[in-house]
Design a protein around this ligand. Structure first.
Ligand SMILES: C[S@@+](CC[C@H](N)C(=O)[O-])C[C@H]1O[C@@H](n2cnc3c(N)ncnc32)[C@H](O)[C@@H]1O
Length: 309
């Protein structure tokens, strides 16, 4: 059995946002390798409880072993965090963490198919029970659909050119591996000294579609909010600008002292109300220099945290 190692990002900052304490009930929607979970359980000694979720069976198995010493204080569920409100009563929790994105083992293990740096099947499923894989998307979507995904989720300027190259290539031979896809992208869009590989955005975009990440994140935010008590705190870590925008809009919407009729925020249409949340900091919190040096994968992480009023 290979070891499951994922270094938790912004750990101190998450603890200072959630302030775990004994007697509290906490939720980790993305338990992964259990780094944040362990710290929450330790900080809430001797009897704080943690209900944790992940869609990845390998992550859950590793976390169950790693955190076995906490016994009944930890509950693990192989489910999306989008459904966490089915497991927890309304207004019952003191803190919820969502650490969105992928874990290091998902990226590093070739057979998961998340990375173009190692040869593996084009899979990318976090939950391996689900039917849709990246291979199906790459071989079955139309040029326009692929281009839209690459543009909107991967931030790729030459998305149409890459989409056309993929379709031409698959007409000759079905694309089945990460390296076949990465080479097709590189041929269409040569690297020419750029720091990031042209396939970076393509892989990110496909992964987000395979796992329905933006819709899941929105559903997870709504569910997390409903289970928090007044005074409870929500901490969300994102690694993608689209996700951060979602979290920012969510927290700004709750923290505003007014609602807007028809969803358009012009002063004439505002109706005053008490804010429903307090943002713990106006700006997203990013890793400091020491963390960046220790863990380069934390470089695009951003944390936003808010308290329910
Ligand atoms: C960045 S890792 C979390 C790492 C974790 N905080 C730790 O300390 O090890 C993200 C994890 O979230 C999981 N995940 C992503 N989307 C999910 C969802 N909708 N529901 C449940 N888990 C999800 C992934 O499978 C992955 O294990």
């Amino acid at each position: 059995m290979t070891e499951f190692i994922h270094e938790p990002v912004l750990l101190e900052e998450v603890l200072s946002a959630l302030q775990p304490a004994s007697g509290g009930l906490y939720v980790d929607g993305t338990v992964g390798g259990g780094g944040h979970a362990e710290a929450i359980l330790e900080a809430s000694n001797p009897d704080g409880r943690l209900v944790a979720f992940d869609r990845d069976d390998l992550a859950l198995a590793a976390t169950a072993r790693r955190l076995a010493r906490f016994g009944g204080r930890l509950q693990l569920h192989r489910e999306s965090f989008a459904g966490l409100a089915k497991r927890l009563a309304k207004a019952s929790c003191d803190g919820v963490l969502l650490d969105l994105g992928v874990s290091s083992p998902q990226l590093d293990e070739a057979e998961r198919g998340f990375s173009f740096q190692v040869e593996g099947p084009l899979d990318m499923r976090m939950d391996r029970r689900q039917p849709v894989t990246a291979e199906q998307l790459v071989n079955e979507l139309e040029t326009g659909q692929l281009a839209t995904i690459f543009w909107e989720l991967g931030g790729i300027r030459r998305s149409r050119r890459i989409a056309r190259a993929i379709v031409e290539q698959r007409d000759m031979q079905r694309l089945e591996t990460t390296t076949q896809l990465a080479e097709t992208v590189e041929r269409a869009c040569p690297r020419r000294g750029a720091r990031t590989h042209p396939a970076t955005g393509v892989f990110q975009a496909l992964r987000m579609v395979v796992n329905d990440e933006l819709d899941q994140a929105q559903a997870g935010l709504d569910a997390a909010w409903s289970v928090l008590k007044p005074g409870g705190r929500l901490a969300v870590i994102t690694f993608h600008s689209g996700e951060d925008r979602l979290v920012k809009q969510f927290s700004r919407g709750l923290a505003k002292p007014y609602t807007v009729r028809g969803g358009i925020d012009v002063p004439e249409l505002r109706e005053p109300r008490e804010p429903l949340a307090r943002e713990l900091s106006r700006k997203a919190i990013r890793p400091g220099a020491a963390e960046l040096e220790r863990n380069p994968r934390s470089r695009s992480a951003q944390l936003r945290a808010l308290e329910k009023l």
